[in-house]
Design a protein around this ligand. Structure first.
Ligand code: SAH
Ligand code: SF4
Ligand code: F3S
Length: 474
């Protein structure tokens, strides 16, 4: 794709959204005639926070069409799975759960079954569904979420299956209704898609080209969230560090952070994901200077070997990554860094894997998301010779987890006796209140559930490797 085409980001027009609103009214009329009360909808999202943010907009549209959302799948009149394609395991789970809906549909012909999200953007998945899952009513891709009312109306009025899976560079849609899962934590997408084509990754194929929302739209959404009392706003993108490049918004990510930080109110800002190749000293300085930006950086390194990093097409070296971390810790000594790592990339030798372990020991991550390489059909890495067995990769993973566990234990042990400002989030199974530090570490403490949704100071009394226990100070 040429640079010029890249600039040509298409924003869904207000006329098109008004048309969808008209379809939503038509759906509502069909439902009013068919059901005595509001029919129920069960929506489940798999995958990353970007997908969860899509799911919240899907729920918003479903509510606007007259459904009531439910957590009980057995009472649902509409079931929607918003899927993820990042690893084979994620896809297997979806196929399993969709297969289990066959009997439900046999018992209730009016039940509508809808599938969307990243998995659907792969032709082989759509083909399999078409052939072997005839009870699925609507299948739609990541670029047409805003057309859900139209697709549902088409299905309800004809009874025919609807497949809407255009291949597209992607669009930006503003002002969709949104049903947020939390009343105090919000996802705020700032960009969509990805242009990086890391050789193992399916995202660029299923999410289209990288495109940034206008800063005014992001600021307006943030202001609205703060006015509604949201306490934590997480900015989302596959590579937030390249915010503002396509189209050229005139703002880079640092400027966006500074302007958001300047908004009035008691809230914290988080962001993910940062890509090391685009993580600048300017950004780290900005984080250090912005008091509302959480002292947490999620910076996936994927691998500690330069040869493998090159094969992955990551665009940085181990040295550059470690230099960045050193700088980050120098300007934010209390920074908590988390990361993603892939074990068993095709052809990665044991010695190269040991470079990952040594990077982990140097980096001193708070925690890591660890994945065994999963070949994604259509990506470059899926076609590479992969000589090491699953068992061997599993053994390496255990070795890596052991190293990280020691580091995490040391880090959390060092927090005992200190006080942290914590956003109280939920009641844990053991009855304690669960919150998160700015560094994104879970902390449990006895308190009245009334504290949920507020910031409190908690003193750490005990460390349990990955999580903390504490007591409420005020
Ligand atoms: N945009 C983010 C990552 C999004 S995907 C970034 O570049 O950092 C989240 C994580 O899933 C990745 O960081 C990677 O560790 C993992 N992942 C992606 N594709 C994978 C694959 N094919 N097999 C195993 N893990 C994978
Ligand atoms: Fe995938 Fe790489 Fe894009 Fe992240 S930056 S979404 S790993 S292609
Ligand atoms: Fe999965 Fe799509 Fe996110 S593949 S990780 S849901 S962008």
């Amino acid at each position: 794709m040429s640079a010029e085409q890249k600039q040509n980001v298409s924003i869904v027009s207000s006329e098109e959204l008004a048309q969808q609103q008209a379809y939503a009214d038509l759906v509502r009329a069909v439902l009013d005639a068919r059901y005595s009360g509001a029919p129920k909808a069960f929506v489940h999202t798999y995958g990353c926070q970007g997908n969860v943010a899509d799911g919240e907009r899907i729920k918003g549209m479903i509510e606007a069409m007259g459904y009531a959302l439910t957590d009980a799948i057995e009472e649902a009149d509409l079931i929607l799975f918003n899927t993820c394609a990042i690893r084979e395991h994620a896809e297997d789970r979806v196929f399993g759960n969709v297969g289990a809906l066959k009997n439900r549909k046999a018992e209730n012909k009016d039940l509508r079954i809808l599938l969307c999200g990243c998995m659907m953007q792969q032709p082989r998945v759509a083909e399999k569904l078409r052939k072997s899952y005839p009870f699925v009513d609507i299948v739609f891709g990541t670029h047409v979420i805003h057309r859900l009312p139209e697709l549902l109306y088409r299905n309800l009025s004809t009874g025919k299956r609807v497949y809407e899976l255009p291949d597209s560079a992607g669009v930006i849609v503003e002002d969709l209704p949104v049903h947020r899962d939390s009343g105090f934590k919000a996802w705020l997408p700032i960009m969509y898609g990805c242009d990086n084509f890391c050789s193992y990754c399916i995202v660029p194929y299923v999410r289209g080209r990288e495109r940034s929302r206008a800063p005014e739209a992001i600021l307006a959404e943030a202001r609205d969230l703060i006015a509604q009392g949201y306490k934590e706003i997480t900015l989302l993108g596959q590579n937030v560090n390249s915010y503002g490049k396509h189209p050229d918004t005139g703002w880079n990510f640092s400027r966006l952070l500074r302007e958001l930080n300047a908004l009035e109110g008691d809230f914290i800002l988080r962001f993910m994901t940062s890509h090391p190749k685009d993580c600048t000293h300017e950004l780290l300085d900005t984080m250090a200077a912005c008091e509302k930006v959480a002292r947490h950086l999620h910076l996936p390194f994927q691998c500690g070997s330069n040869r493998v990093l090159r094969e992955m097409n990551r665009g940085y070296t181990r040295e550059k990554y470690l230099d960045l971390l050193q700088y980050a810790y120098s300007v934010m000594p209390d920074l908590s860094v988390t990361s993603d790592v892939i074990v068993g990339f095709p052809g990665e030798t044991y010695e190269e894997f040991l470079e990952t372990v040594s990077l982990v020991r140097k980096a001193r991550f708070t925690s890591m998301y660890t994945f065994i390489f999963s070949p994604r059909p259509g990506t470059k890495a899926a076609a590479m010779p992969d000589p090491f067995s699953r068992e061997e990769k599993g053994r390496r993973m255990q070795e890596l987890l052991k190293a990280q566990e020691e580091i995490a234990a040391e880090r959390t042990a060092g927090m005992v006796g200190k006080d942290y400002r914590v956003l109280c989030e939920s009641v844990a199974k053991n009855g304690r209140i669960e919150g998160r530090t700015q560094g994104n570490i879970i902390i449990e403490f006895p308190a009245d559930p009334a504290v949920i949704g507020s910031f409190r100071t908690v003193r750490v009394t005990e460390s349990l490797i990955w999580i903390l226990r504490g007591e409420l100070i005020d």
